[in-house]
Design a protein around this ligand. Sequence first.
Ligand code: PLP
Length: 235
Amino acid sequence: MSTAVASPAERLTAIRARIAVAAEQAGRTSESITLIGVSKLQTAAVIAALADLGQKDFGENYLQEALEKIESLRSRALTWHFIGQLQANKTRPVAENFDWVHTVDRLKIASRLAEQRPVHSPPLSVCVQVKLGDEATKGGVLPAELPALLAAIAALPRLRLRGLMALPPAESTLDRQRYWFAELRLLFEAARQRHPTLNTLSMGMSSDLEAAILEGATQVRIGTALFGERLQSLA
Ligand SMILES: *Cc1c(COP(=O)(O)O)cnc(C)c1O
């Protein structure tokens, strides 16, 4: 590992290059893939520096710190993605302040988001998180329950059902990584038979974005490779 500290500009250039190489290998264009900078435990100043370089989409996991950053960066018209586990009693600030939610995994959460999305805001874009593998700590609807959940969410007002998201088990080989992402892609293709407007596959992080892009990711969520190591806390 190099000990030289890369600048945000260098990291952004390197990630864009990784995306471009993987896209080309997959026979796709870089433009078909949105880079979401996962800015949890990173400061508003670093986000602003990346925004100045043209990075517009950011993902946050922890509500309180996210709300402070969204407020302080309001003038920059960024696109904010909520990617953390969402409790039913915390949906209102998410419905009011974010553009996307990637982690909807039950109808109760979706219903509350629909109810609480301000009428003057554009519809809230939502992805349903699917549980791949059998990891107790991770959220997500089971594949068998996905069709019913998608049908119920599609009927709700003020939400725009966009696609699927997953956080699969960590794997160290490209083939194993691709195995999980292929599972999500197959579920996505099946879902599109019923819901032809779905257009988003949110999958891939710093260590597996190539595998995700080869399997059709349209949004990759990149934290450490873009920002460097996360702080322990922002306080
Ligand atoms: C933290 C996080 C990421 C980014 O992870 P890195 O390995 O730092 O790129 C992506 N998605 C979700 C849901 C996360 O919580």
